[in-house]
Design a protein around this ligand. Structure first.
Ligand code: ZN
Length: 219
């Protein structure tokens, strides 16, 4: 396996920026791999002591860098819809209850609910019933995009289709309304009848608990 480098280890290296053989030092820092959009946090890299450029990556850092690359590739699909602004505002309201970067919080909540749909036809039914609310069919002047891994998208869409959800907009409209219900945001009386209400209530506490826990993790 060769030597296991530690932060602070010194060695000589070729620095392309300096165009020279330089003294370099192992250092833990955020590292932006070439052709990537997101830096990998806290990774051990070899840094030029003259210009601070990264001049090498020790073997022990490669798994960490590769793992982060996989996470990025992973969420490469989207589920998206135009949706009524009132639903967008409702989601913002839920997101605001969780301290943290709104974009990240919103994605985390939506991905969690999509995972629930993939795991449970009961949730898919609730989303279907909720999507029938007239509010879901009002003027779509907002927009919602959720990035998810391809395999998850396939799972979600299959379960959703079996529940009678015919499109990504219908799925996201129903999901937004279900989230509103779970967080006791009252938009309008539910039109699904009593059986629908029972479906919504089932697990609502647990789903709301997730959002509260998320608040603790992210803040
Ligand atoms: Zn240099």
């Amino acid at each position: 396996m060769g030597r296991l480098f530690q932060a602070g280890d010194r060695l000589s290296a070729i620095c392309e920026t300096c165009g020279d053989s330089v003294n370099a030092r192992m250092k833990i820092q955020d590292y932006m791999p070439p052709e990537r959009e997101v830096a990998v946090p806290d990774v051990l890299v070899l840094v030029c002591e003259r210009c601070d450029a990264v001049v090498g990556i020790p073997p022990r850092s490669t798994p960490r860098i590769n793992a982060s690359r996989r996470v990025e590739d992973y969420a490469s699909e989207t589920i998206q819809a135009r949706l009524p602004r009132v639903l967008e505002d409702t989601l913002d309201l839920v997101v605001a209850t969780v301290a943290g970067p709104p974009k990240i919080v919103r994605s985390a909540i939506l991905r969690h609910y999509l995972r629930l749909v993939a795991q449970s036809p009961v949730i898919a039914d609730a989303v279907k019933l909720r999507s029938a609310d007239p509010i879901a069919n009002s003027k779509a002047d907002g927009r919602l995009v959720v990035k998810i891994p391809p395999h998850r998208k396939a799972e979600v869409l299959e379960i959703a289709r079996k529940a009678g959800i015919e499109s990504e907009p219908q799925l996201l409209h129903g999901l937004a309304l279900l989230i509103a219900d779970d967080c006791q945001i009252e938009l309008r009386p539910c039109h699904g009848g009593e059986s629908a209400i029972r479906v919504f209530e089932k697990g609502a506490k647990a789903r709301e608990k997730f959002i509260k826990e998320l608040a603790m993790v992210i803040s």
